[in-house]
Design a protein around this ligand. Structure first.
Ligand code: GLC
Ligand code: CA
Length: 571
């Protein structure tokens, strides 16, 4: 027999007392197996646009601190904070010049520490954005690297000789033009998959990788809740073989990162992976492989763009296709060995109600429908700031109203190629990233209560109608639907761990599914369209959980209203 030390004895004793007092052995067991981030709802903050506290027109950390009560009231468990590190701001902070410093426009490191601490007091964890596919060209590493071919930092980046006086190959930047930039000083090209001010890091260099892990530990030691990993699927790139995403070294690098940083800490990690299939998502998120908690997949993003073309080449959405992709990720991902993330919006994509719903006549109904469909699915839901009050896209008339580098570069490139100006502006209004980046609409005062001076990006003129103050005062607002959905998740294990089962033969416009846990069964029904639809079921309602029109008493041969959505427990 192994002798019990006093310490072990006390440990076992406290566990027994804990179980006795809670008198819920099973729940204790389940909770042990379910990490916090599977039960969590995450709220993404785009710091530049959230809340300005010092009147310079730019959101900041003290602004976020001032809004923690609001977020606690909404009920979210974590904040994913888009980058607040020191940055020249070419890509709004996704071009980092110092990973261990806060950009002065957002505040100081003391403000950051205060945010982490105060958020904790509000039961909210801070998830930092980890942008390590590239740095800013102002980062000390790159400043050094470009000095000479034998500089000790040279190999932190990816340099190639010209081929016949041209770029080494035809790799393209996501922000238009070649992915290679010629650097006069040393006569070589460097790789940049994004702006030329965002040189790609060379992950093949072990010293560079170690520096990144050290930096991650610097943040983990501050008690953050984890990382959202920017375009992480690119780090295994092999530019000579034209391999961008999902390179052969991607997973070995992530396993090494896990081992050297967050592996034994209670944090969440979510990778941004535009090219993940359910199979690939499993490779990232299978706990046995020790990589990430989950990934963001973007399969639905291609549904309203012409095949083989770019996001600006528009085509109407087919609801049947949208439904198919949603269901695919619920059924093809094996939740015993993987985890999923759920989202409609982020800072790179348009507002969902403008894009796939109706942001005028049915703004409130469709916002609630999108929320209901998503939040009752299997996976961890994310809310992008302003989504919870139904903020909309904001059209512009002219290119000088556009801030985002991706839109601006595309516009000039295509204009030079002979595209029609109005069509380009239209595409920017439908898909441009500024849509989601407009200042948060807090109230109906000047600049929507976002700032006392001129905002860095104009406020959407509809803020008099759509704002937080109004939403909080109206018990039927979109805000309270989000709040209810978060509560449902926190209070019902079926939302977290229940199996997903599609209701078949409901047509393209109606998405209906069950969540099933033991003997418990919930039914979610959503009309994805702006027209009435028929629905029928032999299920009998036990309890109404949530709805965006009058509650239903039975499910037999019913006519769903435009964008109607409801959830019921069934017998
Ligand atoms: C990611 C970010 C996006 C950024 C890009 C380059 O896609 O979400 O905002 O421009 O990476 O860092
Ligand atoms: Ca400010």
């Amino acid at each position: 027999m192994i002798p019990l030390t006093v310490y072990h004895f006390l440990q076992v004793l406290t566990q027994i007392i804990y179980i006795m007092f809670n008198n819920k052995f099973e729940i204790y067991e389940v909770e042990k197996m379910t990490p916090w981030w599977k039960k969590a709802v995450v709220y993404q903050i785009y710091p530049k646009s959230f809340q300005d506290s010092n009147g310079d027109g730019i959101g900041d950390l003290q602004g976020i601190i001032a809004r923690l009560d609001y977020l606690e009231n909404l009920g979210v468990d974590a904040i994913w904070l888009s980058p607040v590190y020191q940055s020249p701001g070419v890509d709004n902070g996704y071009d980092i010049s110092n990973y261990e410093a806060i950009d002065p426009q957002y505040g100081t490191m003391a403000d950051m520490d205060e945010l982490i601490q105060k958020a904790k007091e509000h039961h909210i964890r801070i998830v930092m954005d980890l942008v390590v596919n590239h740095t800013s060209d102002q980062h000390q590493w790159f400043v050094e690297a470009r000095k000479s071919k034998d500089n000790p930092y040279r190999d932190y980046y990816i340099w190639r000789d010209p081929v016949d006086g041209h770029e080494p190959n035809s790799l393209k930047s996501a922000f238009s033009g070649s992915a290679w930039k010629f650097d006069e000083q040393t006569g070589q090209y460097y790789l940049h998959f994004f702006a030329e001010q965002q040189p790609d890091l060379n992950w093949k260099n072990p010293e560079l990788r170690q520096k990144i892990y050290d930096m991650m530990n610097f943040w983990l030691d501050k008690g953050i809740g984890g990382f959202r990993m920017d375009v992480i699927e690119l780090i295994g790139k092999d530019p000579d073989k034209m391999i961008r995403e999902n390179g052969p070294m991607l997973h070995p690098y992530l396993q090494e990162m896990n081992k050297n940083t967050f592996g034994d800490r209670d944090v969440m990690t979510v990778g941004e992976t535009w090219n993940a299939t359910p199979k690939i998502a499993e490779e990232y998120s299978d706990p046995a492989r020790h990589e990430l908690s989950m990934v963001f997949q973007f399969e639905n993003q291609a549904l309203d763009q012409q095949e083989g073309k770019e996001k600006w080449d528009l085509k109407p959405l087919d609801l049947g296709e949208l439904k198919k992709v949603l269901v695919k990720w619920q059924t093809e991902l094996d939740f015993n060995h993987a985890w999923n993330s759920l989202f409609w919006e982020n800072h790179d994509i348009p507002r969902v109600i403008s894009r796939w719903g109706n942001d005028k006549k049915y703004r409130v109904q469709c916002a609630k429908m999108f929320a209901t469909v998503l939040h009752l699915m299997h996976g961890t839901p994310y809310i992008f700031n302003g989504e919870e009050i139904g903020m909309t896209n904001c059209p512009v008339k002219n290119i000088d109203e556009v801030e985002d580098i991706e839109s601006v570069n595309m516009y000039h490139e295509r204009l030079a190629e002979g595209y029609d100006k109005d069509k380009l502006i239209h595409a920017i209004n439908v898909k441009g990233r500024d849509n989601a980046r407009r200042p948060m609409q807090w109230n109906d005062e000047k600049n929507a209560g976002f700032t006392k001076s001129k905002p860095w990006l104009t406020v959407n003129p509809n803020y008099k109608e759509i704002n937080v103050k109004k939403a909080l005062a109206d018990p039927n607002s979109i805000f309270y639907t989000y709040q209810e959905l978060i509560t449902l998740r926190h209070e019902n294990e079926i939302v977290v761990n229940g199996d997903f089962k599609l209701v078949h033969d409901t047509g393209d416009e109606v998405l209906a599914y069950y969540r099933i846990l033991g003997t418990e069964k919930w039914l979610v029904v959503a009309n994805l369209s702006g027209e009435e639809q028929q629905f029928t079921s032999t299920d009998r309602i036990k309890e109404n959980l949530l709805s965006n029109y009058a509650v239903r008493n039975d499910l037999h041969d019913i006519t769903l209203k435009p964008y109607e959505a409801f959830a019921v427990a069934i017998k």
